[in-house]
Design a protein around this ligand. Structure first.
Ligand SMILES: Cc1cc2nc3c(=O)[nH]c(=O)nc-3n(C[C@H](O)[C@H](O)[C@H](O)COP(=O)(O)O)c2cc1C
Length: 261
């Protein structure tokens, strides 16, 4: 079973592609998170968790979801972590999670995808995206064989700096950055409600046609990046920055093209 979390669609694409290659079901954790429910999952095939990197770790919201959920059947767990560049020492916390859930850690595959963190810096340029996705897709094809054969993934080497990134820096990031209070809409908002629909945490409600953010934001950026009118901003920094969003339709199109090759 493939269980994923995504903000801007990268991890969804990887999960969908893997699901097709492994002929296994693909579940969006947001279907549960939106209702504030834990999952009760049953699978005889290994569990594959697919998710982005947030400050050199698995998003806390996804880790908590896995902790609260029940997994029956297979004890094997693979982790596919999409990132812009660097996952630090995320593996340490994933191994702890496996111990806590009594699952066998089968490996962490780090897959570089276009970077989406536009509240801090510019996204990956449009020109670079196809080559990055091509490389990532090739990597997914390779790891699908590893998973299919129930083999372990290669281990990763970790430096002291990686330990600091996933430790102290992750703590500080959540404490000082991960808040919704800087999101606002401009006059370009057409009250379409796409931000509300796409928020995986149900943290946005339209009030008199305009989105209002509550306080369970995890900075996934689904709202700001999927707004069709570019009507959402975050402070001043995002005003001049392009958005990044890989929709489900685009993901299906990419997969269809791979199937034709
Ligand atoms: C809150 C946040 C923090 C991020 N931190 C990192 C990071 O530490 N390292 C990294 O390489 N990419 C980081 N990124 C980039 C994303 O991990 C990357 O673009 C990912 O593929 C997005 O996946 P998604 O489209 O499934 O949400 C961060 C993105 C967000 C939104």
């Amino acid at each position: 079973m493939i269980l994923y979390f995504t903000g801007t669609g990268n991890s969804r694409y990887l999960a969908m592609f893997l699901s097709q290659l492994l002929k296994d079901e693909c579940i969006n954790s947001a279907d549960y998170m939106k209702k504030n429910e834990a999952g009760l999952f049953k699978s005889e095939k290994p569990y594959v968790f697919v998710f982005p990197t947030y400050a050199y770790r698995m998003p806390h919201i996804f880790e908590d979801f896995i902790k609260r959920s029940h997994f029956e059947g297979s004890k094997k767990a693979y982790f596919i972590m999409s990132c812009g560049a660097d996952t630090g020492n995320a593996i340490k916390y994933i191994k702890h999670l496996c111990q806590e859930k009594d699952m066998e850690f089968m490996g962490l595959e780090v897959v570089v995808m276009p970077d989406n963190y536009i509240v801090m810096y510019a996204r990956t340029s449009e020109k670079e995206v196809p080559a990055i996705i091509e490389k990532a897709s090739y990597q997914i094809m390779k790891v699908s064989s590893t998973i299919h054969e129930h083999k372990k993934c290669n281990d990763l080497s970790i430096s002291i700096v990686d330990k600091i990134k996933s430790g102290k820096i992750n703590d500080l990031f959540y404490k000082f950055f991960v808040h919704a209070d800087k999101f606002y809409t401009t006059d370009a908002c057409i009250s379409c409600g796409i931000c509300e629909q796409n928020c995986p945490l149900n943290n946005i409600k339209l009030v008199e046609g305009k989105p209002i953010w509550s306080d369970s934001c995890t900075h996934c950026l689904a709202c700001i990046c999927s707004c069709p009118k570019k009507a959402i901003e975050y402070g001043n920094g995002t005003k001049k920055r392009a958005r990044y969003y890989l929709s489900k339709e685009q993901a299906n199109e990419l997969i269809k093209n791979y199937n034709k090759r």
